[in-house]
Design a protein around this ligand. Structure first.
Ligand SMILES: [Fe+2]
Length: 332
């Protein structure tokens, strides 16, 4: 991978920021015009979310680069890159270095899409002709479910691992907000629970259902056959993150109820845990700029989109890596 000079704009004034400089590939010759081989991490808090600099994601990565980024993902769960300009093909190829890629619900629904590659999710307010979708557009209403705290695809039997969003067009700030994406640290939220609560929930299994989460915002119009295509899936409520070995809550708007409990009781527990896990001390809010790329680990975070001025284009492209086994088969 070609490495770039350290971006001058990164803030250095926060005394609590941690800087870890990692040599990406020992002994490799620099090419003309390259000034450094250092990937820099500037943590946004001691263990959650870090900015990354000194790397051009449009170029192929070495195994060492991938390992360096995995180590950062395992530690910080959210990685923020700036000033990247990736085509959909480059985004797909970058993401594929971390695992096989998901083809999301939008691409599987068939019909004309705005984006050519099925591995690239269309997280925008634009239709197939690049026009801003109408307020009552069915796809827009479906995507409003992403404003609820969730982890992606937890309704699938084998859910996903990494989500990656790349900003192509960003609306200006407005009274409605700027379309920020917020991330919540489910490891820190688990750590902060009372020991009695940890003991209560450690072995629980929760049913996740896309139709439950969409129903919460009154969206019930699905294409014929889609309900049958996405039956509910059971997931552990508490997982052990394989990279960090930390225990983590696995919550989502898709989480419907606790298996084996009265539905109402389980639902109330999930609401209480979600309220706990989305307190401000567990949250990083990302304000998008064109060229940003953010990676998050769906196994130990939740995220949600925030409102924005929908008369303006917002165009984010997403790639997602698949997991290899159900959470029920993984250690907790
Ligand atoms: Fe999402």
């Amino acid at each position: 991978m070609r490495h770039r000079g350290v971006r001058a704009g990164l803030r250095r004034r926060d005394p609590w920021r941690i800087i870890i400089a990692t040599t990406a590939a020992g002994g490799r010759n620099l090419h003309q015009g390259e000034t450094t081989m250092t990937i820099e991490f500037r943590a946004l808090s001691p263990s959650f979310a870090t900015e990354v600099d000194g790397i051009d994601l449009s170029q192929p990565m070495t195994a060492s680069d991938v390992k360096t980024l995995w180590n950062a993902i395992d530690r910080y769960a959210v990685l923020v890159f700036h000033d990247q300009r990736l085509s959909d093909i480059q985004l797909r190829d970058f993401a594929a270095a971390f695992g096989p890629l998901e083809i999301g619900r939008g691409a599987l629904q068939g019909g004309k899409r705005r984006l050519a590659l099925p591995q690239i999710g269309d997280i925008s307010n634009l239709d197939e002709e690049n026009r801003i979708r109408a307020r009552d557009d069915r796809r827009r209403l479906d995507s409003l479910g992403n404003r609820l705290w969730h982890t992606d695809a937890s309704y699938m039997p084998v859910p996903v691992v990494l989500g990656m969003l790349h900003a192509v067009a960003v609306p200006p700030a407005s009274v409605l907000g700027g379309g920020e994406t917020q991330f919540a640290d489910m490891r820190a939220a688990y750590d902060a629970l009372p020991e009695t609560m940890k003991a209560e929930i450690d072995g629980l299994v929760v049913e996740h259902d896309i139709f439950w989460s969409r129903g919460q915002i009154g969206f019930t119009e699905f294409p014929p056959g889609e309900r049958e295509k996405y039956p509910p899936s059971p997931q552990r409520l508490v997982r052990r993150h394989p990279g960090s070995q930390r225990k983590t809550l696995y919550l989502s708007a898709h989480a419907s109820h606790v298996v084996g409990w009265p539905v109402a009781e389980g639902r109330l527990l999930l609401w209480d845990l979600t309220a706990h896990a989305t307190q401000s001390q567990f949250i990083h809010s990302h304000r998008w700029q064109v060229g940003d790329l953010v990676i998050w680990d769906n196994r130990c975070t939740m995220h949600r989109g925030r409102p924005h001025d929908e008369s303006q284009a917002r165009d984010l492209r997403r790639a997602t890596t698949l997991d290899t086994a159900s959470t029920l088969e993984q250690a907790a």
